[in-house]
Every structure is written in structure tokens, then in C-alpha cells.
Design a protein around this ligand. Sequence first.
Ligand code: AP5
Length: 206
Amino acid sequence: MLIVLVGPPGSGKGTQAKVLTDRFGIPHISTGDMLRAAKAAGTLDPQFRAIMDAGGLVPDEAMIQLIDRRMDEPDTKKGFLLDGFPRTVPQAEALGALLERKGHKLDAVVQLDVSRALLEERLIGRRTDKRTGQIYHLVYSPPPPGADLEHRADDRPEAVGKRLDAYEAMTAALLPFYQAKGLLRRVDGVGKPDEVTTRVLATLGA
Ligand code: AP5
């Protein structure tokens, strides 16, 4: 199974990706997680770090190289789930070429649809457990006592607006791109996380 999850920041891509990758036994490839891991390890280009923290998009070429290398790892042989990549039409075109070259076929592009007001609330209330990577929300999915919580730099209100604008300006153009290829599956991302999972599985015919 090879799936791309598309949706604005806070639409629940990371939350759904964890459940779907467990269910299908495929790796979760999140470009945001890869960039944050490089940042934590001190290996991320300082220019990219500044772009991320401010809510902008890292240049296409760097992201395409990152995915190209990741797709060569052996765990991708039986498929994978892409979360946060592609984000622009040039990234989507490059992904198409990489998949063809590496002998993979994309099954579906799942778009999670959530209104902007709800996205802002979800992002500002998000906390992630530094040790486990588990995603929580202070109201909707409260963390357990003792969790070692992190508030992402780009979840501060001043960066959230910029990320949502970047999505609308750049990433929304992906939807017609994949619609024209007959791969786009639109899913209502509002409701409890397990309700959204049920909708995603139904659209995948799983
Ligand atoms: P990335 O990490 O990909 O962030 P994002 O796309 O902005 O998405 P998020 O992780 O913020 O949200 P999500 O949709 O995963 O939501 P989540 O499940 O956590 O990218 C970060 C940055 O890296 C980018 O801004 C960019 O700078 C750079 N980058 C990454 N990829 C790039 C690329 N390809 N090109 C260029 N730059 C790139 O949920 C959010 C909150 O809502 C949580 O608190 C959760 O608990 C809660 N929640 C989830 N589902 C529900 C629900 N159903 N009901 C109630 N609450 C819910």
C-alpha cells in the first residue's frame, strides 16, 4: 500500500498516519518529523531551521533529495505512507518520477478536510511527547500525567497563520493535480480521531 496524506497543518495527518501505518504494516515517512529530527541532532541547515520555525516551506530541491534517499531504505519495499510530502506541484511531479524509477505505484492521495478556525485551535493546543512522539491536544486528547511535553516552535500563534497561508498558496494546488490523475480521496477530518480513521479506511476500501 502506498498512500499520500494531504491536508493543512493540524488536519490530523500525523494522528491518522500512526494508526494507518500500524494497520497496513508500512513505514510512516513524515518530512516534518525528518526535519525536526535533523534539527534536534543539530544537523539541519540553519536557513531551513529558520524557515520551519517561521512557518514557511523548505525549498523543493532539498525535500526531494530527502525523500529520494529515504525511499531507498529497505523498509519501503512493500509500500509506505507519505505525510507532508509532496507539498507543492514540483514536489508531486518529482515524486511521480521517483516512484516510476523505483518501481512503485501510488494507490491513493487522501485529503483531510478541516475548517481554518478549527485548525488554529488544534495547532495552538497541540503538545507532543518528546520521548514517544505521541501527539496530544490539551483539550481534545489530553496528555497523561508525567508526559515529557514539547510545544513545537511553529505551533505558536504567529507561525500558525503563516503555515495555513502557505498551505492555501502552495499545497492546495496539489488537489487538482491528483484529482486529474483520479487518485484524490477527500475525507471529512472533523470528528473524533477514530471516526476519521473509519472514513479513511472506507475510502481506501480497507
Ligand atoms: P509538518 O510536520 O509536516 O507539519 P504540518 O503539515 O504543518 O502538519 P502538522 O504536523 O502541523 O499537523 P498534522 O496534520 O500532522 O496534525 P496532527 O495529527 O499533529 O511540517 C512542519 C514544517 O516542516 C513545515 O511547516 C515546513 O516548514 C517543513 N516541511 C515539511 N515537509 C515539507 C515539504 N514537503 N516541503 C517543504 N517544507 C516542508 O494534529 C494536530 C492537533 O490536532 C493535535 O494536537 C491532535 O491531537 C489534534 N487532532 C488530530 N485529529 C483530531 C481530531 N479528529 N479531533 C480533535 N483533535 C484532533
